[in-house]
Design a binder for this molecule. Structure first.
Ligand code: PHE
Length: 368
């Protein structure tokens, strides 16, 4: 009988240490220690045994029972601890791992980058960067730039006028009078800052003025009612058309590559005399007008040249409007104006102006 108890105990012990979970342990408890288990049966039947056997069998059965109860409790504890360990491992966070942000960090817009590139070229030549108002007086936008009222060149730039009755009280026009219906407008170019800067500072003056400008226009691949320009103004002793040509040749090479050439063509602006258009040799066909396969280059339309900006020598009449140190008889200098979108389109082969403003990340991400 004692042997039987020992073998039951060994069998139960092995099963308990192999039990995979709490449910299995509970089954073993019922099987080996439950009311209908063999061990419980032996304990109940002790009184029916020979008196000499009662002692050893009772002792062995009770010892087996206590031992198995202890083993069950120990195994239960071990299983619980392992369970907690597993849960903790699953939730573990390694705080030393680098983060993976759900959205990649942003970057500057291609137009901002192009504007800064242009500014950097001229800052490198000693120019200062200025900004001016987008809501402008007719006087600065047109009159002082040598298109007086009624001048036909005003028609070249269809304007957005601001209804003067909506202006804050106290706003006066440049003559100190309440503004009339066509006295205030969204500037159609950055050139008004030529006059404002010269009013604020004696010559010599070397400035670039980036900014947004507005013109009434239809919306298509090459036209928008809003775009951006960089104005340039260089006024000082003896500054000539040659300086204009050299400065803008340097800028074109800095922006489009050192192998580029530039040329000047006659143009017309009311506030420059003479006025020129600056062309850069085409970077698609290297100025030949033909692609490698012999076809006409569509970028420069077979001419080998691409127009990049308008420029000219400041018209003496503009100095006359500024007055002071800017004596129209003795002062001279040059001015230029370029479109930032146009430069960016040419540099990056962007086919449609609207892409800049649609905020489609698939487009924007290409210029990080
Ligand atoms: N303001 C002119 C334009 O918007 C460009 C320009 C600037 C031309 C300076 C000459 C000198 O078209």
């Amino acid at each position: 009988m004692v042997d039987r108890i020992e073998s039951l105990r060994a069998e139960a012990s092995a099963a308990i240490s192999a039990a995979p979970d709490r449910a299995a342990l509970e089954e073993l408890r019922v099987r080996f220690l439950g009311r209908r288990s063999e061990l419980t049966g032996i304990l109940r039947g002790i009184s029916e045994l020979e008196p000499s056997e009662r002692g050893p069998v009772g002792a062995a059965a009770n010892a087996a029972r206590t031992a198995l109860e202890d083993e069950l409790a120990a195994r239960r504890e071990a299983l619980d601890a392992a369970e907690i360990e597993r849960a903790l491992e699953g939730e573990a966070i390694d705080v030393t791992l680098p983060g993976t942000p759900p959205v990649a960090p942003g970057h500057l817009h291609v137009l901002t980058r192009t504007r800064r590139e242009i500014e950097d070229v001229f800052v490198g030549l000693g120019y200062r960067v200025l900004e001016g108002p987008e809501i402008e007086h007719d006087f600065y936008n047109f009159t002082a730039l040598n298109h007086p009222p009624g001048h036909p060149a005003r028609m070249l730039q269809d304007s957005f006028y601001i209804d003067s009755t909506t202006l804050p009280a106290g706003v006066l026009n440049e003559r100190g009078l309440p503004p009339g219906p066509q006295d205030v407008l969204l500037r159609t170019h950055t050139s008004p800052m030529q006059v404002r800067a010269m009013e604020a500072q004696e010559p010599p003056i070397f400035i670039v003025v980036p900014g947004t400008v507005y013109r009434r226009d239809t919306i298509d691949a090459t036209h928008l009612p809003m775009f951006n320009q960089v104005e340039g103004l260089a006024v000082g002793e003896g500054i000539s058309l040659t300086d204009l040509a050299g400065t803008l040749d340097h800028a074109a090479k800095a922006l489009f590559g050192p192998e580029r050439r530039t040329r000047l063509k006659p143009d017309y602006f009311p506030f420059t005399e003479p006025s020129v258009q600056v062309d850069v040799s085409c970077f698609a066909c290297d100025g030949s007008g033909r692609l490698a396969n012999g076809e006409r280059d569509p970028l420069c339309k077979g001419t080998g040249w691409i127009e990049i900006l308008g420029a000219g020598m400041v018209d003496p009449n503009v100095f006359g409007f500024v007055g002071g140190e800017y004596d129209p008889e003795t002062t001279q200098g040059f001015a230029f104006g370029m479109g930032i979108e146009r430069i960016a389109m040419l540099k990056h082969g962007i086919p449609d102006l609207r892409l800049f403003f649609e905020n489609d990340v698939r487009f924007l991400e290409q210029f990080s």
